[in-house]
Structures are given as C-alpha cells and as structure tokens.
Design a protein around this ligand. Structure first.
Ligand code: F6R
Length: 250
C-alpha cells in the first residue's frame, strides 16, 4: 500500500487527478470506479479542468459508481445519479452508454445487484476504483460489521452514517434507510484502489486503515490486503499515523 501525504485538500485532489489522468492516457478505454461524497469533489473539479484545458478524453472510459440510496430516483437532488452528473459527468465527454450507477428505484433489487456485478465482469473488471472513507471506517456503504467478502447488495445505513449524511438533506428523517452498494469483495476485485481522505475527522479512520488490525468492524482496513492500493490524504487526515512521511510503502 502506498501512502501519499499532501499538504492540504487541494494538493490531495491534484495528486489524485494526475493518477487518474495517467491511467486514461495509458488505457483510453479503461474502467473507472467512482465515489460520491465531499472528498472527491476537488478531484472531479481537476478532471473537468484537465478535460477542458488539456483535452483529457473520457469518450472511451466506462464507469461504475460505488453506491446509491434506495428509493431515490435519478433526478432527486440527493441521489448519487444526480451528484455524478452535476459534479462530473455533464462537464466531460463521457459516453452515457458507458456510465453505470446503481439504480435506487430497481424493482427487484437482488436481480439488479447480480446484473451490476455481471456488468463489471463483462467490462473486464474495474481498473481503478476511487474511494472515500467514512469516519466510522466504511468504504462505499459497507458499514462496520460488513462481510469482507461481500458483493453488491442492499445494506441498511448505519445510524452514524445517517447522522453524518443528514447534512445533505433537510433533516435526518429524510436520509434513506437503505442503499445499494458494491460489496467489500467487489471493491477488492478492482485492479487498483485510490482512497482519498481529508481533514481531522478522518484521522482515526486513516490510522486504523493503514496501521490497525484488519477487521470487519473497520471495513476499510481490508485495503491493506490489496496488491495495488494508494491512499492519498492531507496532513490532517494523516495526523494520527505513527509512521508519517509522504510516499511511504507499507
Ligand atoms: C460515497 C461513498 C462513501 C463516502 C464516505 C465519505 O459514494 O461510498 O463511502 O466515500 O462516506 O464521505 P465524504 O467524502 O462526504 O466524507
């Protein structure tokens, strides 16, 4: 696992964008896994800038998002469909036929989840999966206690995550109870992982992920077992690491 510590959020975002752009240059038809939330917004801004100013070409890229709230239609402002189109996809030349985001209104959720797993396989697997991390150690919506071998499925949101995500809704009652999320096993199948973390609120989670024991109580800790995982974080998120120098391999 490569841990890269950058000074602040902007530096973290730019470093992450270089890594993503490098993959697109090497493999224009690559498969990218995207995350939502506050953390990757700076990365997405930088990718948009690279598209506009440097001609970074997304036309052959296939995308898969990590998760979506159950019960929110794609046009709902808090849905992850809406988030991805507003914050990235509508600003770049991605081909909408190659975009995949779990469908929050799927009639048969189980069948949908199987189809999603199958689509990832048909696309040749995910080349690079971008991840944020919950302060409780979740990746995607694999909350503490999630099976480390899990596949795409429906999950109940943790009370902690509901409180955390209430900032995006009118009140906590409006936060959906369930999500469709890639499983920990699905994420671990990606050929490479890029986990981003910024701010003091993520310091404990980053400490556990990099230096703690692997446990389903902190699903992100499984990243230690991945053959090609990069964590890019800022100094605040790295502040609780005991071995703290940028660019170290663990
Ligand atoms: C979002 C996702 C979540 C977030 C995590 C951190 O698609 O999968 O795991 O990455 O909750 O969210 P932020 O970045 O808002 O702190």
């Amino acid at each position: 696992m490569l841990v890269v510590i950058k000074q602040d959020y902007d530096e973290m975002s730019k470093e992450a964008a270089l890594l993503v752009a490098d993959l697109i240059h090497r493999k224009p038809n690559c498969v990218l896994g995207f995350a939502t939330g506050s953390t990757p917004l700076g990365l997405y801004q930088e990718l948009i800038r690279m598209y506009r100013e440097e001609g970074l070409d997304f036309s052959k890229v296939t995308t898969f998002n990590l998760d979506e709230y159950v019960g929110l239609p794609p046009e709902h402002p808090q849905s992850y469909h809406y988030f991805m189109w507003e914050n990235l996809f509508k600003h770049i030349n991605v081909d909408r036929r190659y975009v995949h985001i779990p469908h929050g209104m799927a009639v048969d959720v189980e069948e949908f989840c199987e189809w999603y797993e199958e689509r990832i396989k048909q696309a040749g697997g995910i080349d690079l999966q971008i991840l944020g991390i919950g302060a409780n150690g979740h990746i995607a919506f694999n909350e503490p206690g999630s099976s480390l071998g899990s596949r795409t499925r429906i999950k109940t949101l943790d009370e902690f995550t509901k409180r955390d995500n209430a900032r995006f809704f009118e009140n906590q009652e409006e936060v959906p109870k369930y999500t469709i999320t890639m499983g920990v096993g699905t994420i671990m199948d990606a050929k490479s992982l890029l986990l981003l973390a910024s701010g003091n609120s993520k310091a404990d989670a980053i400490h556990a992920t990099v230096e703690g024991p692997i446990t389903a109580l902190y699903p992100a800790t499984i990243v230690q077992m991945h053959r090609k995982a990069t964590i890019i974080c800022d100094e605040e998120a790295a502040s609780k690491l005991s071995r703290k120098y940028s660019g170290y391999l663990s």
